[in-house]
Design a protein around this ligand. Structure first.
Ligand code: HEM
Length: 421
């Protein structure tokens, strides 16, 4: 049995900040091991990567997310009382409700609205150069509010886009930018909490299948953490948090769309095939999700003792699974840094090798509730960018800083819109 290598640094928090997406993989390579021990923010973590590690990490009920993330990240991403902070049966009940929003007709509806919305918006941009990330973010905020039954006039939409954008951009920061984003988050939560209360009071009634209606009416126990399943409505502030857990990450799909546009630009030979061949377009979307840097890692705390590769771990042990490193693992993906949509043609899926949005089974685990929605929305937006919108890329700084979490092309991706077919 190989002993678990230990990172010699007293604390690697600064190294994590400096190396960003590459932090875990750099050390796995250096130690020639899928696991090593390190200290981050004064606490011991085991960092792991690869298919086998993902299987270990996504064994149902093995890890809790409670206490795993720094508070600065937790409060901007999921927040206390949300589905991500629940375990076992309480988690399954709440997750079931979140997944019930993702039926094929509902996914088709939001995907169509996103694709149509992009084409319509682009008609207004003809002759101009726009920053794609900002525009797609604002558009997705409009689309998801409408889809989720959240009423918002132009002023409210601009405000929500700013509040949600700040949460996403600052999830990896600490100090003043993070505090500002938290204040902005409170504004969005207040608005959504008032909506939940209004809906419960019968005014106004959103469409029955919308996220607002479903979350406002959901009952999974009183205390939000275990509960008794005995029928109390979610506290209004928790319902607002869950609604935000639908709105915020849908707006975040803008990052994937920007990287998809960048891939169309950097691999022009793919464009025609993406435009005309649905199977290839889907493979293209998967390859963008695999290769681009978005969610670097997930963290968990062991709920019970277990053994992996003959090592005994204990309740309370902290783990970090390297999502980015697993998606770039050369043992799984041939020539992992090459952009090759073809690798996904005929791909039958693997919940432990392709983990940009987490792994394992959606219902049994913390794997992203919005993964299907993300793919559906990306497909229609990518199709519009490849087939219907004629655009050029002016000179700009397209470098991607892998130390920034989450990252983007430096310019936000400027595109000059020439026509819409
Ligand atoms: C924009 C691209 C997205 C990325 C990169 C992403 C990534 C992730 C990741 C890595 C997790 C944590 C997995 C874990 O803890 O093991 C997660 C959880 C989650 N995501 Fe996403 N996500 C995205 C989009 C979405 C969308 C569009 C929605 C909803 C419409 C969504 C809703 C959620 C929820 C509710 C959870 C918590 C699930 C649970 O704890 O069971 N995400 N996501």
């Amino acid at each position: 049995m190989q002993t678990i290598p230990r990172d010699p640094a007293l604390d690697s928090s600064l190294a994590f900040k400096a190396e960003g997406y590459r932090f875990v993989a750099n050390r796995c390579e250096r130690f020639a091991s899928d696991i090593f021990e390190t200290r981050l923010l004064g606490r011991r973590f085991y960092c792991v990567r690869g298919e086998d590690a993902a299987k270990m990490f996504y064994t149902p009920d093995r890890f809790t997310r409670v206490g795993a993330l720094p508070r600065s990240t937790l409060v901007l991403l999921q927040d206390e009382g949300s589905v991500a902070t629940l375990d076992a049966e309480a988690h399954r009940r709440r997750k079931g409700m979140m997944m019930s929003l993702m039926t094929p007709p509902r996914l088709e509806a939001i995907a169509a609205a996103a694709g149509d919305g992009l084409r319509t918006a682009a008609r207004g941009w003809v002759g101009r150069t726009v920053t794609l990330h900002e525009e797609v973010r604002a558009l997705l905020c409009r689309v998801v509010c409408d889809w989720a039954g959240v009423p918002a006039d132009e002023k409210r939409l601009a405000r929500l886009t700013g509040e949600i954008g700040a949460m996403i951009d600052n999830a990896g920061t600490i100090g003043p930018p993070n505090w500002t984003a938290r204040v902005l988050r409170r504004g969005a939560e207040r608005y959504l909490r008032n909506l939940v209360e209004d809906v419960r009071a019968g005014r106004p009634m959103p469409p029955a299948q919308s996220a607002l209606a479903v979350i406002a009416a959901h009952r999974d126990g009183v205390d939000g953490n275990g509960g008794d399943g005995g029928g109390a409505l979610l506290p209004a502030d928790i319902a607002a948090v869950e609604l935000l857990n639908i709105l915020r990450p849908t707006v975040a799909i803008a990052r994937f769309v920007v990287f998809a546009a960048l891939a169309l630009h950097q691999h022009p030979e793919t464009r025609e095939r993406v435009a005309g061949d649905d199977a290839y377009m889907e493979a293209f979307v998967q390859e963008v999700r695999r290769i681009i840097p978005f969610f670097p890692v997930v963290a968990g705390v062991a709920r019970t003792a277990f053994t992996w590769r003959e090592h005994a771990f204990h309740e309370g042990d902290r783990f970090i699974l390297d999502l980015y490193g697993t998606d770039h693992d050369g043992r799984i993906w041939e020539d992992p840094e090459a952009f090759r949509p073809e690798r996904f043609l005929g791909w039958t899926g693997n919940a432990y090798t392709m983990v940009p949005q987490g792994g394992g089974a959606h219902h049994e685990n913390h794997r992203c509730a919005g993964e299907w929605l993300t793919i559906a929305v990306m497909k229609t937006m990518v199709r519009a960018l490849a087939r219907d919108i004629v655009w050029e890329v002016p000179d700009q700084d397209l470098s991607v800083d892998l130390a920034k979490l989450p990252t983007l092309p430096a310019s936000g991706f400027l595109v000059a819109i020439q026509a819409v077919r």
